[in-house]
Design a protein around this ligand. Sequence first.
Ligand SMILES: [Zn+2]
Length: 313
Amino acid sequence: MKLAIGVDIGGTNASFGFVDRNGKILLKDYLVTTDFPDVKDFVKAMAKRVSELRPPNSELIGTGIGAPNGNYFHGTVENAPNLKWKGIVPLAKLFSEALNIPAVLTNDANAATLGEMFFGGAKGMKDFIFITLGTGLGSGIVANGQLIYGHDGFAGELGHTIIIQHGRQCGCGRKGCLEQYCSATGIVKTYFEILRSEHPDLMKTIDTDKIDARYIFDRALNGDEDAFYAFNYTGELLGFALANSVAHTSPETIFLFGGLSQAGELLFNPTILSFEKNLLHNYKGKVKILPSSLPENDAAILGAASLVWNEIE
Ligand SMILES: [Zn+2]
């Protein structure tokens, strides 16, 4: 039985699993990333766990790694702000040496995009965009059947397209990036802005640390107009940004994944409305916006493993 190892590197945990060609995870486990200040110790520990847990009668064909700031061309993780491993880390090389099988690496959003293509709703599609709405906004673009890496390996950073000139300060150093509005953290900022302007007294007494996207979602379901409007505003900007993206690659479908996309109609309705309104007439009514069909908890491992299958096929 041929299996790929899918590794998802996160700031806190690094989860991994053994995945077959049909997207079945035979076994999964994780290491605590922060336990390993030295990346070499991390890879050594990972290789040990892999050999201990490896399913019997399996042939391991490669390791796929999804990592923040991962560069596909070089197999490196480059200056990832929420990892302890600083600078440029040759993670793919370290993995292939430790496990004696090929290793391929890309950023986590690109990995999830391939996961959707191999194991999710994008099976058989040649042109689609995958958006992950988490703490930030990640994205991957597949055109003509291939994941787009671009000239330097960093293609598909829709989260850092500027949607509002002189807008909110972004972690990338510029202002007005899409992810400052359309993400779990973005919607919280929007909600605070609404409260500040509509209910300045309330804003003084409220425990702002307790407010997250989930809280706003619950409030919106319970008829809180400010929370409802926060979703509307988020969807309006997202639909607008996606309508512009369509002009680049003419996708068949745009998939939304991640915590915020679980808000369902609250997010999808305003997004689709604004999307259709802003689309060029050639595209109107032709591009679907759908929820990802990858399971939330396993998407990262599946995505990373699909990197291996993608290289082979
Ligand atoms: Zn930015």
